[in-house]
Design a protein around this ligand. Structure first.
Ligand SMILES: [Zn+2]
Length: 302
């Protein structure tokens, strides 16, 4: 029986990282085949879990050549430095704007602590990555073997350093946080837009992903979702709704709480899951505070 990994496509496995004991919060992906590939290192505290996933799939650590990280936030790439210590032949694919933070996490760590509070402790402190092990890029392609490839696509907005990856085994996209947080139990997507969030860039990135006509999305939070194009289009509409409410709220000098309550009242998705979100130790902070704040700060700049 597989304990840590679950097959989610041809040559593709999801690893449930169970960070801090939270299920369905963060996952990494392993692409198997001639050239095994990792997507997302996950946070530092979850590295043993990811290595256990490789073990379970009988992939020798020295066979892994690439770890592609969608962006340098702790939950996606924080563990990359620690992970590399166990993967002697691996390099890290990262956006050029994120690369310096992986090489020297000393600035990223305190800023993550201030944005995330207690959650940063659950993720753990990142270890630095030697510069020669970083591959900074915004576009390009990697051979996965068996005629398949992995394409790098720049999808900024959630962060100025967000990449997505398209894999041709299944025609799926790893959006990182460019397409929101997927709550599999409810089959809904919620915006993930902590400051500094850039709406126009996020919408342009979503158009870029839609133009690839992917069949599935592999969310880092959390899992595989079908009907990819419909979800990406719906997410654009949802972002615009939150932005409109935030902009109107800022104009009327409303508080974060007032704007948040309007979002909950007017966004059908948020409305349908609000009890769950309020009772969740992490989502109650990230979704109901940080993500609303991202829209408010963006509206204030406009
Ligand atoms: Zn994230």
């Amino acid at each position: 029986m597989r304990l840590h990994t679950k097959q989610v496509g041809k040559n593709l496995y999801m690893v449930e990282l169970e960070t801090g004991g939270f299920e369905h919060l963060i996952c990494s992906y392993i692409i198997t085949g001639e050239h095994p590939f990792l997507v997302e290192s996950g946070p530092t505290s979850s590295v043993p879990r990811l290595l256990a996933g490789l073990d379970e799939l009988n992939i020798p650590f020295e066979d892994v050549q690439y770890i592609a990280v969608t962006h340098v936030h702790l939950d996606h790439a924080g563990g990359a430095g620690t992970l590399l210590k166990s993967l002697p032949n691996a390099k890290v694919i990262v956006h050029p704007r994120g690369a310096p933070h992986l090489a020297d996490p000393e600035r990223l760590w305190p800023s993550s602590q201030s944005v995330l509070g207690f959650i940063s402790g659950i993720f753990g402190k990142p270890e630095p990555i030697p510069k020669e092990l970083l591959i900074p890029m915004t576009q390009g392609s990697f051979d996965l073997g068996d005629g398949a490839k992995l394409d790098v696509i720049e999808t900024v907005g959630h962060a100025s350093h967000n990449l997505s990856f398209y894999e041709s085994f299944n025609g799926g996209v790893f959006p990182g946080d460019a397409a929101g947080t997927y709550l599999q139990t409810f089959d809904v997507i919620v915006p993930t837009t902590p400051p500094p969030f850039h709406l126009e860039a996020a919408l342009t990135s979503l158009d870029r992903l839609i133009s690839l006509a992917p069949t599935v999305l592999y969310f880092s939070h959390f899992g595989k979702a079908t009907e990819a194009v419909k979800r990406l289009k719906d997410y654009k509409i949802q972002l615009q709704l939150w932005a409109d409410i935030a902009q109107d709220g800022v104009r009327k000098n409303q508080s974060l709480e007032q704007i948040r309550d309007r979002i909950i009242a007017e966004d059908k998705v948020m409305n349908s899951i609000i009890d769950f979100v309020r009772s969740h130790r992490i989502y109650s902070k990230t979704m109901l505070e940080n993500c609303v704040l991202g829209f408010i700060e963006y509206a204030k700049q406009k």
